[in-house]
Design a protein around this ligand. Structure first.
Ligand code: DGY
Length: 334
């Protein structure tokens, strides 16, 4: 049997690809690339497996042409860039990288929350502008985090890790999720399930960590923002599209909420120009999981997932992290 072929869509710590190289012919991408749909279709056409990132949208058209493809390993926990149903329909496995990024991402949620509540980046911009000529008592006042109510929308692994950290700030934690988490998890997180409207009304700091799907599209829209406290802050590190960025920019400009911390955007890497114009928003370029150790762990896990799904080397037979709705990989074509 000939060696399987694998496409790696972005530069991804080359040393971590060794387990794939040992058993397969690996085509890598030298520089960070924005692949067009046609380029993605071409790259997938003759390969058995692919290691991709959120930059690559794997759609039905590309999948239909990828006759040999058996597995797509996403380097990320979110996988809304993959058409999982279209992959499953032709027996292509789809995997993601849960767990390894949970704690790093939860750390970053707190970085954004604190920076937003205490206006850290706004203060730095003001200082760097040369405007600081005298200390004054009432300049750049922010919101307290300690003792406040933390709201979490989406109580999966990352939501729980964020909640656990809230104990250090002596916060009250409320969350909303499609289904309540088990009592033991609620107890460990010291968190209480509330209906969505109560979450909006009660949170002093609301963090969004739910997956993006058609049902979470614009879940934070103008009406949701209007239901929040005018003193509240909003943090989104899940996916763009969960928040209606235009409605958020309007709410921030009008002071309908106090501030926002955003790591993800609709249409990123383009950021809504009205958000860029707001002072009361902290903006970061989708870096919540970007620590040295975690980004390497994500690649190592995606490599292990792909090796397992394609039956390569010692990982053959290991259960890869199949995403919900994924098929098991079809047999290699002769
Ligand atoms: C994820 O893992 O989903 C992050 O957004 C980075 O890809």
């Amino acid at each position: 049997m000939s060696r399987p072929r694998i496409w790696v869509s972005q530069p991804l710590f080359d040393d971590l690809l060794a387990p794939l190289r040992e058993h397969a012919d690996v085509v890598t991408t030298a520089d960070v690339a924005e692949h067009s749909p046609a380029q993605i279709a071409t790259a997938l056409r003759d390969v058995d497996g692919a290691l991709v990132t959120l930059n690559e949208r794997i759609d039905g058209t590309a999948i239909a042409q990828a006759q040999h493809l058996r597995a797509v390993a996403n380097v990320g926990v979110g996988y809304n860039n993959l058409d999982v149903a279209a992959l499953a329909a032709v027996g292509v496995a789809a995997t993601n990288t849960p767990d390894v990024l949970t704690e790093t991402t939860a750390d970053f949620a707190w970085a954004l929350l604190l920076a937003t509540a205490r206006r850290v980046t706004e203060a730095e911009r003001w200082l760097r502008s040369g405007a600081w000529t005298q200390w004054s008592f009432d300049r750049l006042l922010g919101a307290d985090v300690h003792g406040a109510t933390l709201g979490i929308l989406g109580m999966g692994r990352i939501g729980q890790a964020i909640a656990r950290r809230a104990a250090g700030f002596d916060m009250r934690v409320v969350y909303h999720n499609r289904s309540r988490v088990p009592d033991a998890v609620e107890a460990a997180c010291r968190a209480r399930w509330v209906p969505f409207q109560d979450l909006l009304a009660e949170a002093d700091h609301l963090v969004l960590v739910l997956p993006y799907s058609a049902s979470s599209h614009h879940v934070i829209d103008a009406a949701a923002l209007a239901a929040m406290k005018p003193t509240a802050t909003l943090v989104n590190l899940a996916r763009g599209g969960i928040v209606d960025d235009s409605a958020l920019a309007e709410a921030l400009a009008a002071g309908r909420i106090a501030g926002a911390g955003l790591d993800v955007f609709e249409g990123e890497p383009v950021v809504h120009e009205r958000l860029l114009a707001c002072d009361n928003v902290v903006l970061t370029p989708h870096i919540a999981s970007a620590s040295h150790a975690t980004r390497r762990a994500m690649v190592a896990l995606a490599v292990a997932n792909l090796a397992a799904a394609l039956g390569l080397g010692p990982r053959a037979g290991d259960p890869p992290n199949l995403v919900p709705g994924s098929a098991l990989p079809r047999l290699p074509s002769p």
